[in-house]
Design a protein around this ligand. Structure first.
Ligand SMILES: Cc1cc2nc3c(=O)[nH]c(=O)nc-3n(C[C@H](O)[C@H](O)[C@H](O)COP(=O)(O)O)c2cc1C
Length: 229
């Protein structure tokens, strides 16, 4: 698969079949993703991969918390600023509309929206998931490195015929995730990622993107001649 095809065919898939993902495929993808760049080659990602019984147990425990209406774990990082300014506010609201219209859920139907959101903690039915942590002593540039790494993982998954959904949602139940993974205290859970084969019967609306001139500025002109005097 060519890189453009991997990039454009990757999307956040929110419905997977239970077809297992072979361990050797996950190892191949994660070994290749380790070539992602990072400042001074710190490689600040720390990844746990869950399948089988341990993933089923996590889904069970998270599902219980959802049903019990448990409060979310206290935040170790904020997913978004408390007040989103323009144009991010509008983009977020457009995304919400796209996502819930695909599910046939209205804006006012809070319960149905909650039900849809709760699929996050069933990994959207995926048979594999990864959880990506970062050392709490590292800073913003290293978080950006982790983002590049995760995108590399997602593109390589496409090359294997697999799909994924990155999920910050797991961070709100980070203590339940930690019960299963036992990560060292110095790590913060950035996000989870559901991995598997797409359930093509699940409807979705392809998310749009801002026009290029909203996010990219070209500054160009003729090369200036230096005048020897
Ligand atoms: C870091 C990160 C965290 C995300 N967390 C969630 C999540 O918790 N649940 C979810 O359904 N989608 C999540 N997404 C998916 C985004 O909603 C999605 O990438 C965005 O709307 C663009 O859509 P696309 O990926 O299908 O092109 C996350 C994406 C990223 C990059």
């Amino acid at each position: 698969m060519d890189v453009y095809e991997a990039v454009t065919s990757r999307r956040a898939v929110r419905g997977f079949t239970d077809r297992p993902v072979p361990r050797e495929v996950l190892e191949r993808v994660l070994s290749a993703a380790a070539w992602a760049p990072s400042g001074s080659n710190l490689q600040p990602w720390r990844t746990y991969v869950l399948t089988g019984g341990p993933l089923a147990e996590l889904k069970k425990r998270a599902g219980k918390r959802v049903v019990a209406g448990d409060p979310w774990d206290e935040r170790e990082y904020e997913m978004y600023p408390p007040v989103l300014k323009s144009p991010y506010r509008e983009r977020r609201s457009r995304f919400g509309k796209e996502r819930y219209s695909a599910l046939g859920v209205s804006r006012e139907d809070w319960e149905a929206r909650q039900r849809a959101a709760s699929d996050n903690w069933q990994a959207f039915g995926a048979p594999a998931a990864l959880f990506c942590y970062i050392d709490r002593d590292l800073g913003r540039p290293q978080w950006a490195d982790v983002g590049m790494y995760l995108q590399t993982v997602m593109l390589l998954l496409r090359a294997e015929g697999l799909h994924s959904c990155p999920q910050m949602a797991w961070s709100v139940y980070r203590k339940t995730v930690a019960e299963i993974l036992s990560p060292p205290d110095e790590l913060i859970l950035f996000c989870g990622m559901s991995i598997g084969f797409e359930d093509v019967t699940v409807d979705y609306v392809r998310t749009g993107r801002a026009p290029l001139d909203e996010t990219v500025t070209f500054i160009e002109g003729p090369v200036l001649q230096s005048h020897a005097e």
